[in-house]
Design a protein around this ligand. Structure first.
Ligand code: PHE
Ligand code: FE
Length: 283
């Protein structure tokens, strides 16, 4: 997801894809992946949704080094019909939506530098592959991502990409899900971040509110720090059903004049799992 207007890179295909160039990774690149992987593999059990761990396992993402996208796509294709394709960086919204609508996930092929383990300006292969791809092995989540791509194409025709992008942000990137044992992480922006994996679940600072589609489409978000609010879905099935069954066309019209909601606001109509102190945001 991105909001600027990248220009088409030399040598990329018309759909912005490039070869992954797996053999060009250095030993240090692979070591960076391994380090990030091991940190998160220790962090996530008991915090992440079990469906994510099942995906990691099934896709055998744990073998040493940066995964080869062709091998990964073979396994993913068998599970849910998805592929992973390489891009050099951010791509325009229409390109992104078209790939998702055709069950192709675009992943940056580069990896962060060793002095940037915890801070990234653009999503790299660790965020994109470790963060996003495991849940693409889950049939319901896989369908949700494709539906989102089609929804993006519709939103573009309604001039409502900014509103729909909030749904992606608060689910695919920063979502939490209920389980019998308590809240669990599933958003890729959280699960690929060592610090936010703890913060999102354990800090007193952020709000944790029940998923409410209309409300969420109006809610601003932060790109520069941990989120001030996380939204909690009941299940992936419920997320898919609610978003598929809602015709967003009339919703965009209805919400066109509704004011945005600030990222820390709690409304009387919200289902509140945690009323955050916001001490982190205010510090
Ligand atoms: N039902 C939505 C629409 O009418 C499409 C959509 C599905 C959007 C799933 C997001 C996620 O546009
Ligand atoms: Fe992402």
């Amino acid at each position: 997801m991105q909001y600027d207007h990248p220009s088409h890179p030399d040598g990329a295909a018309a759909d912005w894809t490039i070869p992954q160039g797996w053999s060009a990774y250095s030993a240090q690149d692979h070591a960076t992946w391994d380090l990030l992987f091991e940190r998160q593999a220790r962090m996530l059990p008991g915090r992440v949704a079990p469906e994510f761990l099942a995906g990691l396992d099934m896709l055998r993402l744990s073998r040493p080094g940066i995964p080869n996208f062709d091998e990964l796509s073979d396994r993913l294709m068998k599970a849910t019909g998805w592929q992973v394709v390489a891009v050099p960086g951010l791509v325009p919204d229409e390109v992104f939506f078209d790939h998702l609508a055709n069950r192709r996930f675009v992943a940056g092929n580069f990896i962060r530098r060793p002095d940037e383990l915890d801070y990234l300006q653009e999503p790299d292969v660790f965020h994109d592959v470790f963060g996003h791809v495991p849940l693409l092995a889950h049939p319901v989540f896989a369908d949700y991502m494709q539906a989102y791509g089609r929804g993006g194409q519709r939103a573009a025709r309604h001039g409502a990409i900014d509103k729909l992008a909030r749904l992606y942000w608060y689910t695919v990137e920063f979502g939490l899900v209920r389980s019998d044992a308590g809240l669990r992480l599933y958003g890729a922006g959280i699960v690929s971040s060592h610090a936010e994996s703890r913060f999102a679940l354990e800090s007193d600072s952020p709000n944790r509110l029940g998923f409410d589609l209309r409300r969420l489409l109006r809610t601003k978000y932060r790109i520069d720090d941990f989120q001030q609010t996380y939204f909690v879905i009941d299940s992936f099935e419920d997320l898919l059903e609610q978003t598929l069954e809602t015709d967003f066309g009339p919703l965009y019209d209805e919400l066109a004049d509704a004011p945005d909601i600030d990222s820390e606001t709690i409304l009387p109509s919200d289902t509140v799992h945690t009323h955050g102190t916001q001490t982190h945001a205010r510090a």
